[in-house]
Design a protein around this ligand. Structure first.
Ligand SMILES: [Zn+2]
Length: 245
């Protein structure tokens, strides 16, 4: 009885460890994908800034061409001013020059704006480049660590599976069936340690007589509340597993 129960406790411990390792391993690809996504997002933000800077530069070149054009027109208007015959023509030419100068001032203001925003974008691009480098570094380092851990988990799972296979033939098959049934119905936990008369899993107090019977360790017993197979952690043979509580 004692030995069989010990085997079941051992089996539950092994399966518990496998479950934790498998969950841990399953997280790795998700975490790596999240890191990749962050790197891509950082790259996309950098590309955005670069594109805004490029279109700003193009706009500035266009404005500069316009200013050159306007300056050419102004020169012509000034020459015309020297050749005018009447006051009316003279006023009209002056007005033309004024209008052109007004347009030039407007373009020049826009050029200054573009220069300032280009400076700002240059600074942002430098920052975003650093963010991309950081994200890539994180992906590389943390990704490698996650893969390493996943491999380690794999190796541990394999060795635990082997231990499990060695254990199974030692357990009577009807008991193994009962264990599996309980495990599947009870959130992966078929056995519950009892300490000071309380079920270690559902935390229900056992009736006093049940606890006395359990301490005798003569038969397989179940928690009256959660129906898990129970064992008393005060018993020498089961002490080790009580540390798991
Ligand atoms: Zn219970």
């Amino acid at each position: 009885m004692q030995e069989t129960l010990q085997l079941l406790i051992e089996l539950q411990e092994i399966e518990g460890k496998i479950k934790i390792l498998a969950e841990h391993k399953a997280r790795a690809p998700k975490e790596i994908a999240a890191l990749k996504k962050k790197e891509k997002e950082a790259e996309a933000r950098l590309e955005d800034k670069k594109m805004i800077l490029q279109s700003g530069k193009k706009l500035r070149r266009d404005l500069e061409v316009e200013v050159e054009d306007l300056e050419g027109r102004k020169t012509k208007s000034k020459q015309k001013l020297l050749e005018v015959k009447s006051n009316k023509e003279y006023q009209a030419s002056l007005k033309e020059i004024d209008d052109i100068e007004e347009l030039v001032r407007g373009r020049e203001d826009q050029i200054i704006e573009q220069m300032e925003s280009a400076d700002d974008l240059d600074r942002q691009i430098r920052e975003h480049k650093l963010l991309v480098v950081e994200a890539s570094k994180k992906l590389k380092e943390e990704g490698a660590q996650l893969e390493k851990e996943a491999k380690k988990a794999d190796a541990l799972i394999m060795s635990l599976e082997e231990q499990k296979e060695q254990l199974k033939p030692k357990i009577p098959s009807d008991l193994l069936k009962k264990y599996r049934f309980l495990r599947d119905k009870r959130a992966g936990v078929a056995l519950a340690p009892v300490n000071r008369g309380t079920c270690g899993v559902c935390h229900m107090n056992l009736p006093p007589q049940t606890f006395i019977d359990l301490q005798r360790n003569e038969k397989m017993m179940n928690c009256p509340n959660c129906l898990r197979i129970i064992y008393w952690t005060g018993h020498e043979a089961y002490k080790q597993s009580s540390q798991l509580e």
